[in-house]
Design a protein around this ligand. Structure first.
Ligand code: FAD
Length: 381
């Protein structure tokens, strides 16, 4: 499997999936048939994470093919991402606490044999070792496999979830602060308190189509415990009145600026912000950094084709910009951290309409959010 590095490529994948595989999605989505047979899920997450295609675009295209009822499962999955992002926006300390804990744990585990064996794919669990190789080679893992992987990491290898989440972020092309951190917390049992996800041998065998056998893992561990409680912050996601002749910053979560709610606006110029490992707290793999660089170049090319003045700059150069600018909101994660740590106060954030509307439903669990999905879909269809 390989991922395209342009919006055109992403759209091609989206169309193919909707045309050929969406019909059987809910029946087959939980199967991981291996990296050479990935058409039972959309594999769109690296594109959605970088804003090459938007959740609305995907949902609306799918609704042109099938009714909401036929499509409900797929739409729910696409909106899980919006939910996780909103959940974290309302509780940003979950992310900052995660990074702080990670820093301490990393120091203590840097020479830990079990940890080094796990990230080297040298444990005595064959399927786990295969997934480590697969993640490093293809920069993607199937959703069910991410759940098994995290469960084995936490409950069989007894390693801290924070290190596992870092390992995923390093290699995944779709690495995302919200979906990844909250996905790991969920498996550990600290997201839905007291409910952990335990991988089992029969489940792995069945949903890998018997590709793996004889899997000795801990199927009975208790959920992890946390003392921390996070209350919801008061934050309003409103857009300022737009003024002409201002610069717009675009981060790597919104690399289709010309398709956003602000596409028709007359910005002075667009600065596409590239964030390198020097300014990141989690170091990304070379493949992941290259993938991001290619997507950034594709965005630049598309803007230039539309005769929009645009350039790519390193995030550290933002400190030199003193004039007021707009930025497509980078969401909780490394880019926003950089802006906050460096106290860059001349930035007015622009929020996507789907986020503005949907994040109000992220104050409780996903089952509550799910009740609002028809409303969200109708509003943006
Ligand atoms: C421990 C763990 C870590 C994860 N880390 C990430 C991450 O860093 N980035 C990321 O995008 N997803 C993450 N996920 C969610 C999920 O595994 C991927 O989004 C999914 O595997 C992507 O494959 P796909 O595009 O074929 O999904 P499909 O099944 O085709 O779903 C369509 C789209 O819906 C969204 N989606 C589907 N499932 C989920 C989900 N459970 N949570 C959030 N969005 C979802 C994705 O945008 C996806 O592209 C994680 C899940 C777990 C359990």
């Amino acid at each position: 499997m390989s991922f395209k590095v342009s919006r055109a490529g992403a759209i091609e994948e989206l169309n193919q999936f909707i045309e050929n595989n969406l019909l059987e999605y809910s029946k087959l989505r939980n199967f991981d048939f291996g990296p050479q047979k990935r058409n039972n899920t959309s594999c769109l997450s690296p594109y959605v994470t970088h804003g090459l295609v938007s959740e609305i675009e995907i949902i609306n295209k799918s609704l042109k093919k099938f009714s909401f009822v036929k499509n409900e499962k797929f739409i729910q999955e696409v909106l899980w991402r919006v939910y996780w992002k909103g959940w974290l926006e309302l509780r940003p300390n979950v992310w900052t606490d995660y990074l702080r804990e990670l820093k301490n744990i990393k120091e203590n585990f840097k020479n830990n044999k079990d940890y080094l064996n796990a990230i080297g794919g040298k444990t005595n669990i064959e399927c786990f070792n295969e997934w480590v190789k697969e993640l490093k080679k293809f920069n993607y893992l199937h959703n069910h496999t991410r759940m098994w992987f995290a469960s084995i990491w936490i409950f069989t290898l007894n390693l801290p979830w924070q290190l596992g989440a870092e390992f995923f972020m390093k290699y995944l092309f779709d690495g995302d602060a919200a979906s990844n951190t909250l996905g790991w917390r969920w498996v550990a049992g600290i997201q839905t308190l007291g409910k952990n996800y335990l991988a089992t041998e029969w489940n792995i065998k069945k949903f890998t189509n018997n590709r793996f056998q004889n899997i000795k893992i801990n199927e009975e561990a208790a959920p992890k415990i946390t003392e921390k409680k996070y209350s919801i912050i008061e934050k309003i996601f409103t857009n300022p009145d737009l003024l002409k002749d201002k610069t717009l910053l675009v981060f790597d979560n919104n690399l289709s600026m010309e398709l956003t709610d602000f596409k028709n606006y007359d910005f002075k110029k667009i600065l596409i912000i590239s964030n390198t490992n020097e300014t990141r707290q989690i170091q990304l793999s070379e493949n992941t950094m290259n993938f991001k660089a290619l997507l950034i170049n594709d965005q630049l090319k598309r803007l230039k084709e539309k005769s929009i003045i645009a350039e790519v700059i390193n995030i550290s150069h933002l400190k030199n910009i003193k004039e007021p600018v707009y930025a497509l909101y980078p969401t909780v994660g490394e880019n926003l951290d950089y802006l906050q740590l460096n106290q860059l106060k001349n930035i007015d954030y622009l929020y996507r309409e789907i986020d503005q509307f949907s994040w109000q439903f992220c104050n409780k669990g996903f089952f509550n959010f799910k009740n609002h999905i028809p409303k969200i879909v109708t509003r943006f269809n």
